[in-house]
Ligand binder design. Structure first.
Ligand code: CTP
Ligand code: MN
Ligand code: MN
Ligand code: MN
Length: 375
């Protein structure tokens, strides 16, 4: 590991998309504390505080060595009084009373539990909390409050709250590829999200699908999901068709800082059998009552036309904070709008890009490899 003297805050750029942020870093106890406060701020709807704590944590993840003295925080970008105080507390006492108080609070624990459910965001979790609900059992007693997605999220809660491992992601990829190639020979399936950044475990598996001939990819997902469904592998799915045309006008481009894009996509829960022999659809073991010899896994499928593929790949690789910083950099430093469909000068068409490298070049940024985007 690099020594303390190599921590040179003066050389750290302000935007996360200008930094190399590896998966494993040297300041885990600080980043965990700051991420807890970021998360708790998000639960209270304080987007500003959420981003401040997340930016501070992200800076520490990019440092070449551990913080061992508060003086090292001086000159670091994005480090305000509050974040500095937390680090100081941790350095002096090994524990932060504020972070501990948050973690032990009923509010934080309940919001964390509820927002962990597939299909439940902060708004819904907060509403349930204010209604006095606290546990999964409470929710199961109130099923009329649940939509189809949340109901599936609770039914598969145990599987979905355990990590997806890399070998499981690879197994899902083989299943998805098989179905995609049957429907559209020549299509490609790319693993994106956290696994593309080198993570060994994740909360879901993200795939980006395209075809070398523009237009061939359209309408792929309903056919692929139909095929998987006939194999008894679909526990839940919600497919959205491509609505880029409605999305393309400037109004939408301007509000592009949200992560939402307009691609054909599917948010699903798939059944991953433990071994090929453990699943016998002909024996009547449908997906609704799967044998325990397998696991429910959250899978996101996104389909992009080849001309937008590089933007979709960059947008779906994350991390979420890295993406937010890329868009902020584009807007504030380059007066351009970046989203998962393109990079636009206001009022103009997207700049063409055949690769992620092209996009970084358009923005005047050094290329950051996926493994270094763990901001
Ligand atoms: N994303 C997006 N639009 C959504 C959901 C996600 O553009 N509606 C992007 C996110 O910004 C992120 C990437 O897709 O860059 C992956 O999102 P997600 O699966 O939530 O996170 P991961 O980084 O893959 O982490 P995890 O391992 O927890 O899945
Ligand atoms: Mn560099
Ligand atoms: Mn993911
Ligand atoms: Mn995802």
């Amino acid at each position: 590991l690099p020594t303390r003297s190599q921590v040179d805050p003066g050389s750290l750029p302000a935007y996360a998309c200008q930094r190399h942020t590896p998966l494993n870093h040297h300041n885990l106890c600080f980043t965990e504390a700051l991420e807890t406060l970021a998360e708790a701020a998000g639960f209270e709807g304080s987007q500003g505080r959420l981003i401040s704590f997340r930016r501070a944590a992200s800076v520490l993840r990019a440092l070449p060595g551990p913080i061992t003295n508060v003086s090292q925080l001086r000159g670091l970008p994005c480090f305000g009084d509050h974040s500095s105080r937390i680090v100081q507390e941790l350095l002096e006492h090994g524990i932060s009373s504020e972070v501990e108080r948050v973690k032990q609070s009923e509010r934080y624990q309940t919001m964390k539990l509820f927002t962990q459910i597939f299909g439940v965001g902060v708004k819904t979790a907060d509403k349930w909390y204010r209604e006095g609900l606290r546990t999964l059992e409470d929710l199961q007693g109130q099923t009329r409050k649940l939509n189809r997605q949340q109901e599936a999220g609770i039914r598969h809660f145990e599987d979905l709250s355990s990590s997806v491992w890399r070998h499981e992601a690879d197994a899902i990829q083989r299943v998805v590829e098989e179905a995609v190639w049957q429907v559209l020979p020549g299509a490609s399936v790319t693993l994106t999200g956290g696994f593309r950044r080198g993570k060994l475990q994740g909360h879901d598996v993200d795939f980006l699908i395209t075809h070398p001939v523009e237009g061939q990819e359209a309408g792929l997902i309903p056919k692929v999901m139909g095929l998987l469904e006939s194999q008894g592998l679909v526990l839940y799915q919600h497919t959205q068709s491509n609505h880029y045309q409605d999305f393309k006008d400037l109004e939408h481009k301007v509000s592009q800082s949200t992560a939402i894009d307009a691609y054909e996509r599917c948010f699903s829960i798939l059944w991953l059998p433990k071994s090929p022999t453990s699943f016998h659809p002909e024996a009547g073991e449908g997906p609704k009552e799967p044998s325990r010899d397998g696991k429910a896994v959250r899978v996101d499928l996104v389909v992009a036309p080849i001309s937008q593929f590089a933007f979709a790949l960059l947008g779906w690789t994350g991390s979420q904070h890295f993406e937010r910083e890329l868009r902020r950099f584009s807007r504030a430093e380059k007066q351009m709008l970046l989203n998962s469909h393109g990079l636009y000068h206001p009022e103009k068409e997207s700049l063409p890009a055949a690769s992620e490298e092209d996009i970084f070049t358009h923005l005047g940024l050094e290329y950051i490899a996926p493994e270094q985007r763990n901001a």
